[in-house]
Design a protein around this ligand. Structure first.
Ligand code: SF4
Ligand SMILES: [Zn+2]
Length: 440
């Protein structure tokens, strides 16, 4: 956490369309014409195509019925290059189903998706979040947070609107819970952001600015950032833009960082992962019930994402926001840490983060610091080697890395600044033990 988008632009906001939660019965009815198309196949096979991972049967997809943009807006956005045919979707006659995340949005023509970024236009699924970030910044990589990846480096960080979740505590709801037309405007002259980069941008510039994948890479090079981060909102919700940018960035010899809730379908993840150098994954709790209530998501897809990243050898770190009354149960934290050690090994960094009242949880108190200290003790006694506490400025040792072999402090951090680093070639300077991470 600690990821705040400070440059979200404010445009006139149209009245949001009323979302409709599709029941499974309605979803199936929506796909009825698709069923006719696939009539030669067994109904079980058709059902598996619609819900191949099972959990999607209970998907929380909110579909914004009839909320696709009007013809004038669509033409403007097309001309600007901000709409692309979506990746990973199924056609059922004129209905379409996105397969990028477990929400598996099923859209009739004219509908908008749960993440607000995708629409069914004449039987084709399009993303409207392409080449049109609503915010970008240069951040220290420690802000993601990633403590074991290119320490002290800067990362060019960007986001579009939209999210696959509905977290009650969202820090960046002003972009994550907006549709693209609420954060960007295709009216006026085109403005492409690319080198030489201007020193300043106005809110109006940001609203109409394009930043296409090749330009993302070129800008990061010009700004001397060794990596690009897809962050602030949820890169799964702007999957196509993320995937194309990752390829362009890799082509320029830079690295890609995904900051994600981890709720993504396996096929989409496996296609993206070869271009990902590091991921920060939110493990928001260890109870499916709490995931549903707090985030509108499910636990199992997140655990699967963590295991896939491990299997593929992508460096990743885990963050767990401790929210009073939701995820501060120490028994739950103990079970979570046990799972992490068993399934991911002891070297996976875990960041406990302090909750501060915001968005729909403004009535809650901040997490007591003592709870975070106890959570850290539980994680260490479970066997995790690298455990941190975030969002508590001034707490001694909160961001320190201890050598798991000799116990010496080998890295010290003051919020996002690395103040001491006693590593040589990724090894503890004192006892030469390799320290897990990507150091150069
Ligand atoms: S990425 Fe968006 S459109 Fe696709 S399934 Fe997830 S929420 Fe729905
Ligand atoms: Zn050591």
């Amino acid at each position: 956490m600690g990821q705040t988008a400070v440059q979200a632009v404010n445009l006139p906001r149209p009245e949001p369309a009323r979302p409709q939660r599709l029941t499974r019965r309605q979803a199936l009815a929506c796909g009825a014409t698709g069923f006719a198309t696939l009539a030669t196949r067994s109904s079980a096979s058709w059902f598996r195509d619609l819900f191949p991972f099972g959990a999607s049967r209970d998907a929380p997809a909110e579909i914004f019925k009839g909320d696709a943009p009007d013809d004038t807006t669509w033409e403007l956005w097309q001309r600007r290059g901000w709409v692309r045919e979506a990746a990973h979707y199924l056609k059922h006659d004129r209905n379409v189903q996105c397969k990028v995340c477990p929400n598996n949005c099923l859209l009739a023509p004219g509908d908008r998706s749960h993440c607000r970024n995708k629409v069914n236009r004449d039987g084709v699924l399009y993303t409207m979040a392409y080449g049109n970030p609503c915010t970008f910044h240069i951040d220290p990589v420690e802000k993601k947070p990633l403590f074991h990846f290119l320490p002290g480096s800067r990362t060019f960080s960007l986001a579009t609107s939209g999210c696959v979740f509905r977290c009650l505590n969202c820090q960046n709801w002003e972009i994550s819970q907006k549709k693209p037309e609420e954060t960007k405007s295709a009216a006026g002259a085109e403005l492409r952001f690319r080198p030489p980069v201007p020193a300043t941008l106005t809110a109006d510039d940001m609203a109409r600015l394009s930043l296409f994948p090749d330009d993302v890479a070129a800008v990061a090079v010009a700004l001397r950032c060794p990596s690009v981060s897809y962050t602030y909102a949820e890169p799964t919700a702007f999957y196509e833009y993320t995937a194309d940018s990752c390829r362009a960035v890799r082509d320029r010899g830079l690295k890609n960082i995904i900051v994600t809730c981890g709720s993504i379908e396996e096929r989409a993840l496996r296609e993206l992962a070869p271009f990902v150098d590091a991921a920060h994954v939110d493990l928001k709790g260890f109870s499916d019930d709490i995931y549903w209530k707090l985030n509108s998501g499910r636990l199992q897809p997140i655990l699967r994402t963590l295991e896939i990243y491990r299997e593929l050898g992508v460096w990743f770190e885990i963050i767990n926001l401790v929210v009073p009354g939701y995820t501060d149960d120490l028994d739950g934290i103990r079970r979570m840490c046990g799972w992490l050690v068993e399934h991911l090994g002891p070297d996976r960094p875990l960041h406990f983060s302090r909750f501060h009242p915001q968005h729909r949880l403004e009535h809650l108190p901040a997490t007591p610091v003592q709870v975070l200290i106890e959570a850290r003790a539980i994680a260490r006694s479970a066997g995790l080697h690298y455990v941190y506490i975030g969002n508590v400025p001034g707490l001694a040792g909160a961001g320190d890395t201890l050598c798991p072999q000799c116990g010496r402090t080998i890295a010290m951090r003051d919020i996002y600044a690395v103040t001491r680093l006693e590593l040589d070639d990724g090894r503890c300077r004192h006892c030469r033990t390799p320290i897990a991470g990507v150091w150069v």
